[in-house]
Each structure stands twice: as structure tokens, then as C-alpha cells.
Design a protein around this ligand. Structure first.
Ligand code: MRU
Length: 369
């Protein structure tokens, strides 16, 4: 995707030093564009945990590169396999909700196990890390093409009118390696010249919407407006939202969708107002073990300071200001689960399907339980 007119991915190997991973440190966006160099699995685990990188697809790709860094370290340890097992556990423990994390770590362990020598294992780890990243980008590009048809259909029902899309949090290219999931159809429609406007919910408490999605859309020249999370229902009631497209951190094979906190309320409001509510996700975010999203998906709880303070940019510096009374208890739930009956459709790299077991398994028969 474009930053100041130049193409960037969110993560890549340093061209002149292949044992170093470079990534966009998202903590400073949209105010500063910072590239971080990561040299160890320990550092990669911290980058995921402390959200220098975030978003389901990018968490998966970062874990893939983290396992590659671990393989480089393991080569000089007594036991290669022990070091890799420790690295896998360390990476998996960083964040609980996005299933892409364990998916990427397990995939690396399987591939690396096929190597007979240490050199072979290191080469396999590198190849597979690059493959995970390339696949993520390609799957998101395909999501864009399938989602474009959804937006086009809606545009054709309202000739000459701008299509208003609502999105939540950041399921944009910053949440993946490139393109994004929820934003890929938006970029594809914009590039085809469809008249489009995006409502961007700010997404308290970390404001991935107002900080990241708004910045991304602006870099690509897409018309957008940032709104408070609580304004979504109001706009839907007034006919100012034609469809919602959100991302997902984990979707069960039965169609229940875990996504950033607040998604469920938007889906309820969309249902009440007869507005199509789509979820865009690559298959790496599908969980083939979990049947009941409400009961089974682990929901991340984060530190309460994210609720009690707001952070922003002042005088060239990032500062935090207190909002809630110091003595008030707070709770910070990172994600919620939208039950399948509130979802109009899932936009995947293989096409659009309904949010139910039959439809999902028909698209991905090789995973059907
Ligand atoms: O906590 P984050 O920023 O890692 O959360 C992920 C998200 O941005 C959203 O939930 C997103 O809609 C799905 S990730 C593609």
C-alpha cells in the first residue's frame, strides 16, 4: 500500500541483512512513520504483545518471521528443537484472540520438522515465513475482488449515489501484510471509480479507527469521516449507511465472528435497520476446532489504563491524559463475538459465503470437520 506515494508492506526482511526483520511500528501512527528492526524472537514477541504490530493477519505474519528468527538462534544452541518449542510457546502467549497467531506458529513447526539438517531447517523457516506473508497479501487482494462485487451490486441499486460503507477498528492493510481485509473491497471499488465514502468508527480505547484506518484511507485518497463509536446506530437509522464491512480476528467454522470490541453492537444495529453486515477475512482467521464462538473464543482483557487514559499527540510528543477518576475501577475487553445470525456474509479469498457451517465448509472442503 501507499505511504506518501511509495509502496510499503507492513513487514519484510531487511534487503541487505536477511537475518533482520523490518516492520512499521504502528504505535506512532498517524503522527510519525517509524520502521523498527527486529533481530530476535524475544523482540518479535514483545512487538506483538505491545502492539507495535497488530491485526490478525499481521500478527500471523509476524509470528511466522519470529519463528524464522528463532530458527537462526536455535542453530547455535544445544538443542534446536527445544529452542523452537520455547519460541513457539513464547509467541503463542503474546495475544489470545487472533487465531492467525497459533496458525502461523504451528505451520512453521510443521514445515521446519521436514528439514534433516540445521541448515535445511533454517532455509525452510525462511521460505515458509515469506510464504505466509505473500499468501496473506494475495488472499487480501482476492478478498478485494470478491468484495468489490458486493459493493458494485449495492451501487447499482442506487445509481448516481455515493455508497456509504461503515467499518470498525482497523482491518486495513496495517492489520495484514498488504491490502487489508475489510478495506480491500473499499480500495478495489475506489480504484474502479465507484463513488464511495467510509464511516470510520474511532474504536475506543486504542482508537485503531481514528488513528490507523483514517490514515490509511487518506493515504489512498478514499473519502472518509471519523465518528464516535456510539454514532454508528444513529447513522444507520437515518439511512446514511448502505453496508458495513468489518474484519475478524477469529471466526468459527460455524460462522461466529470475534472482532474488535463494539462490533457486536454495530451488527445488532445493522440488523435492526436492515443493513447488510459483511465480515471480510482470509481463511487463516477461520478456526476449524471451535463450534460455539460465544462460549469458546478467548477474549483478550487488556490493562485498564487504556480505558482510564486517552493518548494523543501534543507539541511533537505522544502524551496520555487521564479521563476517568483515578479511584474508579475499569475493565478493558478487547474483542466481542457477533453471532452468525447477525452476519449477512463472509468475504473470503475464495468468494463470499453465508456465515454457517455448510456454506463455509463448501468453500473450504479440505478443512471440513
Ligand atoms: O487489537 P488489534 O488492533 O490487534 O485488533 C485487531 C483489529 O484491528 C480488529 O479486530 C480487526 O477488525 C480485525 S484484524 C484484521
Amino acid at each position: 500500500m501507499r505511504v506518501g506515494g511509495k509502496h510499503f508492506r507492513t513487514i519484510w526482511l531487511k534487503p541487505e541483512e536477511q537475518r533482520v526483520v523490518q516492520l512499521i511500528d504502528q504505535r506512532f501512527l498517524p503522527h510519525r512513520f517509524v520502521i523498527e528492526e527486529v533481530r530476535s524472537v524475544e523482540q518479535m514477541a514483545a512487538a506483538i504483545r505491545d502492539m507495535h504490530v497488530r491485526g490478525a493477519g499481521l500478527i500471523g505474519a509476524s509470528a511466522g518471521y519470529g519463528m524464522y528468527l528463532a530458527a537462526n538462534e536455535a542453530a547455535s544452541r544445544n538443542s534446536f528443537d527445544d529452542h523452537m518449542a520455547r519460541a513457539a510457546a513464547q509467541l503463542k502467549a503474546t495475544r489470545p484472540t487472533a487465531v492467525n497467531l497459533s496458525w502461523a506458529v504451528e505451520r512453521q513447526l510443521r514445515h521446519i520438522a521436514a528439514g534433516k539438517t540445521t541448515d535445511e531447517k533454517m532455509a525452510l523457516a525462511l521460505r515458509n515465513a515469506e510464504l505466509i506473508a505473500d499468501e496473506d497479501a494475495e488472499h487480501c487482494r482476492m478478498i478485494g475482488q470478491h468484495g468489490l462485487r458486493v459493493i458494485r451490486q449495492i451501487a447499482e441499486q442506487r445509481p448516481g449515489r455515493t455508497v456509504n460503507v461503515l467499518t470498525h477498528c482497523n482491518a486495513g492493510w496495517l492489520a495484514f501484510v498488504d491490502y487489508g481485509s475489510a478495506t480491500a473491497p473499499i480500495y478495489a471499488a475506489h480504484d474502479k471509480g465507484l463513488p464511495l465514502h467510509v464511516w470510520v468508527t474511532e474504536t475506543r480505547p486504542r482508537n485503531q479507527g481514528s488513528k490507523l484506518t483514517a490514515w490509511e484511507l487518506g493515504q489512498h485518497g478514499v473519502a472518509h469521516t471519523v465518528i464516535a463509536d456510539s454514532a454508528a446506530g444513529h447513522l444507520m437509522q437515518r439511512g446514511e449507511v448502505d453496508l458495513a464491512i468489518v474484519g475478524s480476528d477469529r471466526t468459527t467454522y460455524t460462522g461466529d465472528v470475534a472482532n474488535k470490541i463494539g462490533t457486536y453492537l454495530e451488527a445488532v444495529a445493522a440488523k435492526a435497520n436492515d443493513i447488510p453486515f459483511y465480515v471480510a477475512l482470509p481463511s487463516s482467521s477461520l478456526d476449524w476446532q471451535m463450534r460455539d464462538g460465544l462460549k469458546e473464543i478467548p477474549i483478550e482483557k487488556r490493562g485498564v489504563d487504556e480505558i482510564k487514559f486517552a493518548d494523543g499527540w501534543f507539541d511533537g510528543q505522544q502524551i496520555a491524559v487521564r479521563i476517568a477518576p483515578d479511584e474508579s475501577p475499569a475493565a478493558n475487553y478487547g474483542f466481542d463475538v457477533t453471532p452468525r445470525h447477525l452476519v449477512t456474509g463472509l468475504i473470503t479469498e475464495r468468494g463470499v459465503c453465508e456465515a454457517n457451517e455448510n456454506s463455509i465448509c463448501a468453500l473450504f472442503p479440505e478443512h471440513a470437520p
